[in-house]
Ligand binder design. Sequence first.
Ligand code: NDP
Length: 253
Amino acid sequence: VTSSSLEGTTAVITGGNRGIGLGMGIALARAGADVCIWGRDEERSAAAVGQLLEIGVDSLAVRCDVTDEDSVDEAMAATLARFEGIDAFFANAGISHQRKFVEMTLDDWRLVMTTNLEGTFLSLRAAVRHMVARGEGGSLVATGSFAGIHGAPGFQHYTASKLGIVGMMRCLAVELARHRIRCNTLIPGIIDTDIQEDNRGNEKFVAVTTGRTPVRRWGAPEDFGAAAVYLASKEPLFHTGDELLIDGGYTKF
Ligand code: NDP
């Protein structure tokens, strides 16, 4: 994969205005891809687009709430009004939430499932409709979680949503291979983003989790750049239906 291997291609990233999504967006732009980011916070999205434009590619922020079917379909229309077609689509938007299972409310459950699982479904459906109609293949990448490998207290809803994404992607890989659309899931370990805000200041948690990570640190958004470029490029034609673990070895220790 050369540094300009994505020139002439367009990538869309949901949740691309910060964290892992922006880390991937910056790497994709450096590899030459135009990058469109979807998210709710317009100020953050504008700042992210500023960073991407500075790299020298085209970039657009589209306001989108992935939990809202109309919002997703409108975001797709706005994206295609600006870019000729989408070559790689990253369904990355997600929220985290922890609550003891006995105290977990149906609203807690629904908020996490609606954002992470239903939002990924709606986003991927819009992307697949476009890619199939366009007939030029493509790459779909979803973001799962290491919480789907290990059990985690108070994360029953989050983990169910992330394992649901893995199952959805495996089915898509089988259904879409004939359209030359590859479908893979990134599985992050603990990554230093806003989602970890509460844990960042918890010295004990930081010491325990870095201590059991063979690479001896939390991940950073930049750690997802190389995988994003690889998955967005056209070379790995035979790589589909997979889960790529990026966790510094955390789940192996
Ligand atoms: P951030 O909180 O930094 O980013 C989350 C992104 O999702 C933001 O860009 C946010 O944008 C977007 N988002 C959230 N809800 C919605 C919504 N309803 N509609 C549209 N966009 C939405 O966290 P990360 O970068 O860490 O998270 C990215 C993905 O990685 C998530 O799916 C997360 O579950 C997963 N992950 C993260 C881990 C970690 O340790 N950081 C570990 C394992 C998985 P906005 O608020 O503007 O809408």
